[in-house]
Design a protein around this ligand. Structure first.
Ligand SMILES: O=C(O)c1cc(=O)[nH]c(=O)n1[C@@H]1O[C@H](COP(=O)(O)O)[C@@H](O)[C@H]1O
Length: 247
């Protein structure tokens, strides 16, 4: 992606809609993207998504669809109707579900980017074993990333720790969206597989999803600026000169 494209996606995870609107009013659509996830969507609904799109933001609608193929395909179409830039589904929904979502969005002139969540960044190897998937998160991420690429998805969500391996295996055009991003001074919270912003980009991440390090900071705009400054220090790393088709 071009080095000038905003890499940071601010996760608007707030218990009050007013708090999200307050931060949005201070953000610049040319500077960052925003993510509307389950918390804000459940409180404010599609009308808020449409409003944020109207305000000029690229919106990642993070509802992590995971259901039977027909239901997920229809939900993706509904998300696209809101004008969002990116939607996500769980890769573990399987090949037919991924293919159905892809086929449905392919009917549109300007579909949003379709991204598959691989292994949640809050899980480590012990958590995976507890749900019947023993092994290293990196191996499972790569397996699910291959599945997503084969089904024609535009990229995946993974932790920055797996970005390097996936990038090497699946090439420069496959979008890597990484939450689990923590500036060195930030609390890890419930995230188990994390890296700093600079490390994430150096590893090959295209987009960094950042929530609490910005939204929970005493001065969110200063926290965002510090992340941007850290990314600027990485230079052109990650600039693989691939233009996102749908951005
Ligand atoms: O799909 C996501 O965005 C996502 C996937 C994942 O594996 N881990 C993950 O943290 N996320 C989201 O990314 C955001 C991370 O927020 P912070 O941990 O506060 O930076 C949250 O909104 C999560 O819902």
């Amino acid at each position: 992606m071009p080095a000038t494209e905003p890499r940071v996606i601010v996760a608007l995870d707030f218990p009050r809609v007013e708090s999200a609107l307050d931060l949005l009013g201070r953000l610049d659509p040319g500077r960052c993207r925003v993510k509307i996830g389950k918390e804000l969507f459940t409180r404010a609904g599609p009308a808020l998504v449409e409003r944020v799109v109207r305000d000029g933001f690229d919106v990642f609608l993070d509802l992590k669809f995971h259901d039977i193929p027909n239901t997920v395909a229809a939900a993706c179409a509904a998300a696209a109707d809101l004008g969002v830039w990116m939607v996500n589904v769980h890769a573990s929904g399987g090949p037919a579900m991924l293919a159905a979502a892809r086929a449905r969005l392919d009917q549109l002139d300007q579909p949003p980017l379709l991204i598959a969540v691989t292994v949640l960044t809050s899980l480590d190897a012990a958590d995976l074993a507890a749900v019947g998937c023993p092994g290293e998160p990196a191996d499972r991420v790569l397996q699910l990333a291959r599945l997503a690429q084969t089904a024609g998805l535009d990229g995946i969500v993974c932790s920055p720790r797996e970005a390097g391996g996936v990038r090497e295996a699946l090439g420069p055009a496959f979008r890597l969206v990484t939450p689990g991003v923590r500036p060195a001074s930030a609390a890890q919270g419930d995230q188990k597989r994390v890296m700093t912003p600079a490390q994430a980009v150096a590893a090959g991440a295209d987009f960094l999803v950042v929530g609490r390090p910005v939204t929970g900071a005493a001065d969110p705009m200063a926290a965002l600026s510090a992340i941007e400054a850290e990314l600027a220090s990485v230079g052109p790393a990650g600039d693989r000169s691939v233009s996102p088709a749908a951005s």
